[in-house]
Design a protein around this ligand. Structure first.
Ligand SMILES: NC(=O)c1ccc[n+]([C@@H]2O[C@H](COP(=O)([O-])OP(=O)(O)OC[C@H]3O[C@@H](n4cnc5c(N)ncnc54)[C@H](O)[C@@H]3O)[C@@H](O)[C@H]2O)c1
Length: 420
């Protein structure tokens, strides 16, 4: 990568913020990392990534204390920086809309530190619904900052996938800049140009919309696949996995990385698709538009865990046997359990009276236990152990090692990921 000499402050050091901070450090920028989570900062200061993300450990060690500084001196970091990136969470708010509290709290911390005439650009990388920059952030900054004329406002949606954060950031397909003023645009192009990735400059609302266009399409493909799989089960006699694999042989799909989204499973989960489909629907509704397809996409996804639990219940019959859950993270290669289908499937099983549940996940068991302390299940330390202790097994996350399950014996396996 080409070296630069720019100064950047990044608010929020999660999947997106840490990747962004280290990505700019790699291009030679001086980067200040800011977070409100003391445990997360402590871990990072010790060179430990607080979540599972390949390659990031080595990259953190390379830049920590050099181009990347984790700081509590927010004013100092903002004053020294030309670029202020917001990578804080935007979780579910009231009625499924996006909760912008963390974003505005980070903007407040920024504005409190700005007293000079230096031009800075405030860039939202967090996912925010269309019209947020124009209708909320811009007026807020204008009202709250007496140096507002020295502040540029932009958004820069992030498309990385957890488990692939580093390559998705450094080898991104495109960089989207939602930017309306020429000064901010020129600064941002200068920052990103060394990465050699196509840059598309669009209006504020277009920048925000593109991110939802992407996530709502992925969610739609997943719900479509699940609905078709449920229809196939209702018809009977259909080899569901085989049918989808044959669909993928079409030249229009072949060798396309999207095929994993056009395949039945447990429904979309994780941090982004559930909250982003919901936030987009809520924002459209607030603007007087009822997004009918999206409404059904969300409904199909919400009802999927119950459908799966009922299938498991049918196989178990009246027996009060032990159910072995294989996989707790929302997808393989990740220890993220936010909005994971596993939790909803377990809850539905319990509602149906199947209380004895034992689970195994190669890397996400600690996260799951911490995030869902009220979910009463047992945990097994290995695939063999969960196999031995269960009467029936259910594949919930498509971890590669679960392909070995049938070789362990002849217990019944319900393959909710259609991977066997
Ligand atoms: N995770 C993904 O795959 C992904 C991909 C693309 C976009 N996004 C979007 O990026 C944003 C961040 O996602 P994430 O997965 O990195 O979240 P995360 O929960 O992993 O990290 C967010 C961080 O922000 C910190 N934070 C909260 N308030 C703060 C404040 N006022 N000042 C400083 N730090 C603060 C939190 O402590 C946390 O460490 C979200 O809007 C998300 O939708 C996420």
């Amino acid at each position: 990568m080409v070296k630069g000499n720019k100064t950047v402050a990044v608010f929020g050091l999660g999947f997106v913020g840490l990747t962004t901070a280290l990505g700019f450090a790699e291009t030679g920028c001086k980067v200040y990392g800011i977070d409100v989570d003391e445990a997360r900062k402590e871990s990072l200061r010790n060179g430990i990534i607080p979540f599972h993300e390949p390659h990031m450990g080595e990259i953190l060690k390379r830049h920590l204390g050099q181009n990347f500084l984790i700081t509590d001196a927010i004013s100092d970091a903002v004053q020294k920086s030309t670029y202020i990136f917001y990578c804080v969470g935007t979780p579910y708010g009231i009625d499924g809309s996006a909760n912008l509290t963390y974003l505005f709290s980070a903007i407040d911390s920024t504005l409190e530190a700005i007293h000079d005439e230096k031009f800075r650009v405030l860039v939202t990388k967090s996912t925010i619904p269309p019209s947020t920059t124009a209708e909320k952030i811009l007026p807020y900054v204008k009202k709250s900052c007496d140096k507002a004329e020295c502040v540029g406002i932009a958004n820069n949606p992030e498309f990385l996938r957890e488990g692939h954060c580093w390559e998705d950031f450094t080898e991104a397909d495109r960089i989207v800049l939602g930017v309306n003023d020429e000064k901010s645009k020129a600064l941002l192009i200068e920052l990103y140009e060394p990465m050699g990735i196509p840059i598309k400059c669009v209006s504020h609302s277009t920048g925000e919309f593109i991110k939802y266009l992407s996530n709502t399409l992925l969610a739609t493909l997943i719900s479509y696949s699940n609905e078709m799989a449920e229809a196939a089960e209702a018809f009977g006699g259909i080899e569901v996995a085989e049918a989808f694999c044959i669909l993928h042989m079409d030249k229009r799909w072949n060798n396309c990385n999207m095929t994993s989204y056009v395949y039945p499973g447990c429904g979309y989960g994780g941090y982004c698709l559930p909250k982003d489909t919901s936030a987009f629907y809520a924002q459209a509704e607030a603007k007087g538009f009822d997004a009918q397809i999206l409404k059904q996409v969300i409904r199909t996804n919400t009802e999927r865990p119950q459908w799966i639990a009922e299938q498991i219940g049918r196989h178990l019959g009246q027996s009060s046997g032990t159910v072995g859950i294989l996989g707790l993270s929302f997808k393989p290669g990740s220890d993220d359990v936010r909005d994971t289908p596993a939790v909803k499937i377990i809850q539905e099983l319990k509602k149906l009276g199947h209380q004895d549940i034992i689970a195994y996940d190669p890397i996400a068991m600690d996260e799951f236990q911490q995030k869902y302390p009220d979910i009463e299940i047992r945990y097994a330390e290995s695939l063999t152990k969960v196999y031995d202790e269960s009467d029936i097994l259910v594949i919930v996350t498509a971890w590669e090692e679960f392909r070995l399950t049938p070789t362990l014996g002849d217990k019944e396996i319900i393959d909710c990921r259609y991977m066997l």
